[in-house]
Design a protein around this ligand. Structure first.
Ligand SMILES: *Cc1c(COP(=O)(O)O)cnc(C)c1O
Length: 227
């Protein structure tokens, strides 16, 4: 708990410095990524007022959700298989990692059964390297148009993961490209689509992401310790 508290203080300071550098005074939502950590770490997070928590595996999420319930806002950030959708829909504030129409349709169907609307982000693989998940940049707008017709889902923005690189300019250019894509989509003004969230930046690169406009950052190891 003590180490989390100290790390949190450092992170908040760095967030504020990055925001200032970027001339921003809007909110940046810190999602504490608790994957692989025990439920006690989520309890610690709640005590420290970190009320947005991210998990990347459906099974692990389910086990933790059964204990913590809705005392936090859950974020599902990992690759989601269609047969695991039922564990997640209606329980999480945001699914960050939708990257196909089939997955979106499954989510929409499940949400409709539960009589709710599930908020999601589209995951974009900007760099075209490293991750095998995420959409090609060119596929995003056509998919948005399709998804906008699904009744049980609402797209609220975009997510990306930067390649694990020490080259800050390169990493920053990835984040910049996602922001530019977001801006292009805003202009298209597609019905039922909002571009409220730009989810980018993890422990190694959240300051760069904030410089490029991230308003959701997903931070695990630099907050909770090494996994
Ligand atoms: C694990 C994970 C994070 C957090 O990574 P850290 O390097 O521990 O901060 C963020 N986003 C996604 C999608 C992840 O899987």
């Amino acid at each position: 708990m003590k180490h989390i508290e100290k790390n949190l203080k450092d992170i908040i300071e760095k967030i504020n410095i990055a925001k200032e550098k970027a001339g921003r005074n809007d909110e940046v939502l810190l999602v504490g990524v608790t994957k692989t950590f025990p439920v006690a770490v989520i309890e610690d997070s709640i005590s420290l007022n970190i009320l947005d928590v991210g998990e990347n595996k459906a099974q692990e999420f389910k086990e933790k959700y059964d204990i913590i319930k809705n005392r936090v806002n859950w974020h599902f950030i990992g690759h989601l298989q269609k047969n695991k959708v039922k564990y997640v829909v209606g329980k999480v504030k945001l699914i960050h990692s939708v990257d196909s129409f089939e997955l979106a349709k499954e989510i929409s169907n499940k949400a409709q059964k539960l009589d709710l609307i599930q908020d999601i982000l589209l995951e974009v693989n900007i760099s075209g390297e490293e991750s095998k998940f995420g959409l090609n940049k060119e596929a995003v707008v056509p998919l948005l148009k399709e998804i906008s017709l699904l009744p049980g889902i609402k797209v609220k923005g975009l997510m990306t993961m930067a390649p694990n690189s020490r080259d800050h300019e390169y990493v920053r250019s990835i984040f910049r490209k996602l922001r530019e894509l977001r801006d292009e989509i805003v202009i298209l003004d597609i019905a039922n689509i909002s571009m409220e969230y730009l989810s980018m930046g993890m422990s190694q690169d959240y300051e760069l992401a904030i410089l490029e406009g991230a308003n959701v950052i997903r931070v695990g190891s630099s907050l909770y310790g090494n996994r």
